[in-house]
Design a protein around this ligand. Structure first.
Ligand SMILES: NC(=O)c1ccc[n+]([C@@H]2O[C@H](COP(=O)([O-])OP(=O)(O)OC[C@H]3O[C@@H](n4cnc5c(N)ncnc54)[C@H](OP(=O)(O)O)[C@@H]3O)[C@@H](O)[C@H]2O)c1
Length: 328
């Protein structure tokens, strides 16, 4: 027997379906316009050329690129990371290449930063007109590792660096931006925080923490004129990712940071996430596709992610064995 659905019910279903489809098409168009067409807020809205940007984890990878590209745009830079020699070399390079800018640097190990280390940051920056804070420093697991086998120091360092240091630096410097009623705080997140990532559980959790914290902070500081944005990224060529060759999905730090700085204030692929951006084009499309068709907490995706990281772990262990290295 044929099922009978009353015409008004069919019409109502068609309207709901039409609205849903239109919303998805509209959302996709917004993603494409954000990623490829509409420019972000000009950085000079956050501070004049000659004002100062503070970058953590500045001596390598993505942080080094933030420092370089901000210097190229006329911002003075405070460079913070562990190794003074790397900071000195970068500072020299930047001052030679961009003669109008100045640099200051500070060697701090955020895994073991003391009160006096944070005081050193406060003193170094006290008299500087600050405009931008880039919370870039981050640590991941040395190789994918089941949570129960994660060495305690690795677990503690990841949380201390990724979460506590980011909070402390922002707590120290953002009041200065709020009191002048302009400024920008960008925090580096990761697809690891967007998608629960087995075998990188602590890193994944630390970046998910940053998502909630940064979005809440952004809402608090928006009325005070400060823009706070979380930046999502899939893999980028760097020492942390251990990937050396760029591809469509894995940009160089230069290409990645160029997209970040060009798209401040736009969401890119980060649909439905307030004060959040996935600005690199292929990462943005991937983010949009995952959240639209699967959902970032999808069980099948978590399973696939676990299989992938188990494979990476196996290969890393085999490589360590070949090279006679001990890995926990
Ligand atoms: N690369 C990727 O695929 C990727 C993907 C998504 C998100 N991210 C995020 O992007 C950010 C930068 O990653 P990256 O790939 O550029 O990393 P990276 O190449 O390993 O560089 C890390 C930077 O942080 C500094 N650093 C490391 N440990 C530190 C500590 N304990 N105290 C102070 N400074 C420290 C390092 O300099 P020193 O060694 O001199 O201290 C270096 O300047 C991280 O937050 C990461 O989670 C990266």
């Amino acid at each position: 027997m044929d099922a009978y659905i009353p015409t008004p019910a069919l019409q109502a279903l068609a309207v709901v379906g039409g609205l849903y489809l239109s919303a998805q098409v509209f959302n996709f168009l917004r993603v494409v316009l954000d990623l490829f067409v509409i420019p972000g807020t000009s950085l000079t809205k956050f501070g004049k050329k000659g004002s100062w940007a503070v970058i953590t984890g500045a001596s390598d990878g993505i942080g080094k690129e933030f420092a370089t590209q901000l210097a190229a745009k006329g911002f003075n830079v405070v460079l913070i990371s562990r190794t003074q020699s790397k900071l000195d070399a970068l500072a020299r390079d930047l001052e030679t290449k961009y003669s109008s800018i100045r640099t200051k640097s500070l060697a701090i190990d955020f895994a073991h930063a003391s009160e006096s280390d944070y005081q050193r940051i406060a003193s170094l920056t006290a008299s500087l007109p600050l405009s931008i804070l880039i919370n870039n420093v981050g640590l991941s697991h040395s190789i994918p590792v089941p949570f129960l086998q994660t060495p305690l120091p690795e677990l503690t360092d990841i949380i201390t660096i990724n979460c506590l240091a980011t909070l402390r630096i922002t707590h120290l410097l953002a009041p200065r931006l709020a009191s002048q009623r302009h400024g920008l705080v960008l925090t580096m997140a990761s697809f690891g925080g967007l998608l629960p990532t087995p075998l990188l559980a602590t890193y994944s959790g630390s970046k998910a923490f940053l998502q909630q914290w940064s979005t809440a902070l952004a809402s608090e500081l928006a009325p005070q004129g400060v823009t706070v944005q979380l930046v999502h990224s899939y893999l980028v060529v760097s020492a942390m990712s251990k990937i050396r060759r760029a591809s469509a999905l894995i940009p160089t730090p230069r290409a990645f940071v160029k997209a970040v700085l060009a798209k401040v204030g736009r969401r890119g692929g980060a649909s439905g996430l307030a004060y959040t951006s996935t600005p690199y084009w292929s990462h943005g499309l991937m983010h949009w596709g995952i959240s639209t068709f699967l959902g970032t907490m999808n069980q099948g995706l978590v399973w696939w992610n676990r299989r992938m990281h188990e494979g990476i772990r196996r290969r890393a262990l085999r490589k360590a064995e070949r090279e006679g290295r001990k890995v926990e």
